[in-house]
Design a protein around this ligand. Structure first.
Ligand code: SF4
Length: 247
């Protein structure tokens, strides 16, 4: 029904309407499909969205490790860190760097990431533990996160949203590719692009989590850099790029 009505439109949708239509589609598709791809659509405040984890520190560590690495590898590494009782800020802050490097074998940039994990853990300890660290205003938490070598905007905002339940929308390069191809024009500047999207998405944790999870998944699964699989993509009815390719 939605496809029919949108196909009849002769003029492009304005950005606000387009983002609303994208979110509507992602909501239906995400509830039916995200679990297959490792996201667990759940209570808005649940930590389970992120790989069915139950602990916000584990979510944060995995968000740092997954940069340029496969989720399957990160999942295995998280189990190893857990077995070695290192998945808490105090233990990780005090662990020898060489031990962390060895335990996270398999993920990319192990030396850099072990340093990032230690700095991240140290700052949490300095702030008085996880609850004291994360319960502050999101701007202050974000400032702390961005001081850590190896944590950029996307990772910081992913931690804020999925581990901190803060209303902050991460903008990943994967999501950006899908949105740009559909026809949502986003500036290169991260903060500006985030402002545009946040202004057009309801300020609800569930919508923020779903928007991020579904776009990242669709980008990896269908919206590949070369030869995107448009015919299978749930967003094809909205997508300018797909219409141009399949005229
Ligand atoms: S229809 Fe094709 S180009 Fe458009 S978002 Fe989906 S996979 Fe990407």
């Amino acid at each position: 029904m939605l496809e029919d009505s949108l196909a009849k439109l002769s003029t492009p949708l304005d950005p606000a309407t387009l983002i609303t239509e994208i979110l509507k589609t992602l909501s239906v598709w995400g509830h039916e499909n995200l679990k297959k791809f490792g996201w667990f659509v759940s209570d808005p405040y649940s930590y389970e969205w992120w790989g069915a984890f139950k602990d916000p520190f584990e979510i944060s560590v995995s968000a740092i490790l997954v940069q340029l690495s496969r989720w399957e590898t990160v999942s295995r590494v998280i189990s190893k860190l857990r077995e070695n009782r290192l998945l808490n800020p105090h233990a990780l802050a005090e662990a020898p760097t060489e031990e962390i490097i060895e335990l996270i074998r398999g993920v990319g940039f192990r030396e850099n990431k072990s340093r990032t994990l230690k700095e991240f853990s140290q700052i949490i300890v300095e702030r008085g533990g996880w609850e004291a660290f994360i319960s502050r205003d999101s701007t202050n938490v974000r400032e702390d996160l961005l001081k850590i070598r190896g944590i950029g905007y996307e990772t910081a905002d992913t931690i804020l949203l999925f581990a901190g339940n803060k209303l902050v929308l991460p903008i990943s390069r994967l999501a950006r590719r899908v949105l740009t191809r559909i026809g949502v024009e986003l500036p290169n500047n991260y903060i500006e692009a985030q402002r545009i999207l946040e202004e057009n998405i309801p300020r609800k944790l569930s919508d923020y989590k779903l928007f991020h999870a579904a776009l990242v998944t669709i980008s990896k699964k269908y919206c590949r850099i070369k030869k995107p699989l448009c015919r299978e993509c749930p967003l094809r009815h909205l997508c300018i790029y797909s219409k141009q390719q399949h005229r």
